[in-house]
Design a binder for this molecule. Structure first.
Ligand code: APR
Length: 257
């Protein structure tokens, strides 16, 4: 439970806002069983970030794919959206949230029912042949035969952004536009260490937005642009914020628990 007076203050600001957006990082999916990248149980503490470097992938596709399969298709391929994802989707459905800018590739915002989701780093549910451009979904890939090859012989790559790869232009432009219009940005579960994604809350702040941050720890945002730091976990805190904003209990469809 976060500080009640801070929560009420944040809820009043969201209620009054005509344009609220969310900016999410790996921390919002930790309670869905998806490990964060940084921190004590972080992915980068166990795996070499080179695995997701574009140059390394081209030179060592098998080595890269063995880690990619474990991390993104076996390990958390069946993660479920948690109450934090559902709270954001419910706020959108009530017209109280315009969009989510996410660094995550786990598709959990869409699974929870969010429609306006701008994926700065792509989505693990899409894969692409680097030779002919054919698109695949995970069910079409035989993960027993790595690296996966297209019928044209081309190497198949997950269509999420590797280090050294450009940010998808559409997601970038929509995110910049949203950050420019935002009166409030709810920043959830990000260290704020990776650019250009982490620029979005700064851009919103420069345009006069109020920054509400949900994170049990401190991030690069906390002592620079955060106006209200709700120091708690995403699931519990977003549920409390939703209920304080709307006066209603957060309902999650049972089949999505
Ligand atoms: N609820 C909310 N926040 C949490 C929780 C939780 N239950 N658990 C951890 N966090 C916070 C941590 O305190 C940390 O600030 O989530 C953040 C996770 O940090 P990162 O793993 O660095 O996630 P992120 O900022 O999204 O990383 C950005 O780095 O490797 C790249 O492409 C990758 O998108 C990723 C990018």
């Amino acid at each position: 439970m976060v500080d009640r007076s801070l929560l009420e203050k944040a809820a009043a600001i969201v209620r009054e806002s005509n344009y609220t957006i969310a900016f999410t990082g790996a921390g919002i999916s930790v309670e869905s069983g998806v490990p964060p990248f940084r921190g004590e149980n972080g992915i980068w503490a166990k795996y070499d970030p080179r695995t997701l470097d574009l140059g390394f992938f081209h030179q060592h596709p098998l080595e890269s794919w063995e880690v990619i399969r474990e991390l993104f298709y076996q390990f958390f391929g069946n993660a479920k959206a948690n109450p934090a994802h559902h709270a954001l989707a419910a706020l959108e459905h009530k017209g109280l949230l315009k969009s989510v800018i996410t660094q995550n590739i786990d598709n959990l915002h869409q699974q929870a029912g969010s429609h306006e989701v701008y994926e700065f780093h792509g989505n693990s549910q899409k894969l692409i042949c680097l030779q002919c451009g054919h698109h695949f979904v995970p069910d079409e890939i035989d993960f027993e035969k790595l690296p996966p090859l297209c019928s044209c012989g081309g190497l198949i790559k997950p269509d999420f952004i590797f280090f050294g790869e450009n940010i998808p232009m559409d997601a970038y432009e929509r995110s910049v536009d949203a950050a420019g219009r935002a009166e409030v940005v709810i920043v959830i579960g990000s260290t704020g260490e990776v650019m250009p994604a982490a620029q979005m809350p700064y851009l919103a702040k420069q345009n006069g937005a109020t920054v509400i941050e949900i994170n049990p720890g401190a991030s690069k945002f906390t002592y620079t642009i955060t106006d209200i730091h709700l120091a708690g976990k995403a699931g519990e805190t977003m549920t409390e914020l939703f209920e304080a904003v709307t006066g209603e209990k957060l309902k999650i469809a049972h089949n999505e628990k």
